[in-house]
Design a protein around this ligand. Structure first.
Ligand code: SF4
Length: 420
């Protein structure tokens, strides 16, 4: 913090908001938090620094992803799981659920977004993302972390099908909508093929702090091994603020060489040579399937559901036999090729776009936003994909299964995610 200029610019009477990345939680299951969530440890450290500085009014705000119909709000699950209530008792910190408060419309250029009103009233915003990659935006750092303060319709709108104002274009507008005074990127754990629990984390022990959001992200991307001038939303955000996308205007302090500190982190799920199947399907021996890559138009809600679509094929009882020439379309822009026996449309956007497309020979629909699991079971039965009887239970155990790769691995310590 001293290298980044300290907290001297915060007055003691300020209303300070901390925006971590507490994107999701799984109830009663141990799941990998490494590189996915901001560590509770770092959040507590910042709260202690603020208290020592004399700041009294501190709020943690997050709008966690609410996909599963849990009995309580997702942020409440995070708060219980991480022990954030201890921060409330010990330091008087308030916890605000961005999705259960009011929103105000904020315009940045030609984009208008609904932003949580509480954080708009902050005197000082401390943005605390994780140092991680993202399968749609290449990296998810300080700029992208601000999306968690938006209302759900605005988040969905960001995944616009129009190439000229796509997800990157919308995210690049976020620094014009909310201005963090300080960005601290938590790289205690970093994540390849993020942003969620299916990624692969490593212990990296790097913290990037800057009072300049764009500089923080440019350095963060470089540490992950991705040149910032190749990342569309960073390029556009820099341009919107009259800045270069590379590091030429950034003064880096500290003891590490940011270009060689870590091995490059991969962010993409590669397709096979012919481009019609993700490599992981090809390696698993799946045949008779056409599955285009996930694009930027798919919102988080469909992205979560797609794990059921993929796992259904990998776990099918008859996956040693070729599928019956099926193509699966998802997101908002995929079009049928007209050359397959069956076309499965995943999600309301695909059903609306291609439900009546005459190129499709046999159309199978999974409606809903988010799409319906019941429809998935029916669709797979109709397509001859034999799911195991306990498929849904197996899916619910996946977070715990993914945790297996970190158990007993040196440097992976759950205590980072629990306020003591
Ligand atoms: S159906 Fe999927 S892609 Fe369409 S708006 Fe809903 S979540 Fe987004």
């Amino acid at each position: 913090m001293d290298l980044a200029g300290g907290l001297g610019d915060i007055s003691r009477d300020s209303r300070v908001f901390i925006k971590p990345n507490f994107c999701q939680w799984y109830k009663e299951v141990n799941f990998p938090k490494y590189g996915v969530l901001t560590t509770a440890r770092l959040v507590e450290d910042i709260v202690i620094l603020l208290k020592e500085h004399g700041v009294k009014d501190i709020t943690i705000l997050e709008g966690a992803i609410e996909i599963r119909r849990e009995s309580e709000p997702m942020l409440q699950l995070v708060a219980k799981g991480m022990g954030l209530d201890v921060l409330a008792q010990r330091y008087g910190v308030k916890i605000v659920d961005a999705l259960r408060s009011s929103f105000a419309k904020i315009t940045a250029g030609d984009v208008t977004l609904s932003v949580n009103s509480d954080i708009l009233d902050a005197d000082y915003i401390i943005n605390m993302p994780v140092l991680k990659t993202h399968s749609q935006t290449m990296v998810s750092l300080g700029i992208k972390n601000l999306k968690g303060a938006l209302g759900i319709p605005s988040r969905k709108m960001c995944h616009n099908p129009d190439q000229d104002c796509d997800l990157n274009y919308h995210i690049a507008k976020l620094p014009g909508v909310l201005s963090p005074s300080l960005t601290i990127i938590d790289g205690i754990y970093t994540l390849e093929r993020g942003p969620l629990i299916t990624g692969r984390a490593q212990r990296s022990n790097i913290i990037i702090a800057s009072k300049d959001l764009i500089s923080a992200d440019k350095v963060g991307a470089t540490v992950l091994g991705i040149a910032p001038q190749t990342i569309p939303h960073i390029v556009m955000a820099a341009r919107n603020h009259g800045r270069p996308a590379d590091l030429t205007d950034t003064n880096v302090r500290g003891e590490i060489d940011i270009r060689t500190a870590l091995k490059p982190h991969r962010w993409e799920f590669e397709q096979n040579e012919s481009g019609d199947l993700p490599l992981f399907f090809e390696r698993a021996g799946i045949r008779g399937l056409t599955y285009p890559p996930v694009d930027k138009t798919m919102c988080t809600y469909c992205a979560d559901f797609i794990s059921y679509v993929i796992s259904g094929i990998l776990l099918a009882k008859n996956n040693d036999r070729p599928l019956d020439d099926i193509e699966i379309l998802h997101g908002k822009i995929h079009e049928p090729t007209g050359t397959h026996k069956h076309t499965l449309l995943v999600g309301q956007c695909q059903v609306k776009r291609n439900g009546a497309n005459t190129l499709i020979n046999h159309c199978v629909r999974i409606k809903g936003c988010p799409p319906s699991k019941k429809d998935l079971l029916e669709a797979y039965a109709g397509l001859g994909i034999e799911l195991p009887d306990d498929f849904i239970e197996q899916m619910e155990r996946i977070p715990e299964t993914l945790m297996g790769k970190y158990l007993d691995k040196p440097g992976f310590d759950e205590e980072f995610y629990r306020i003591q």
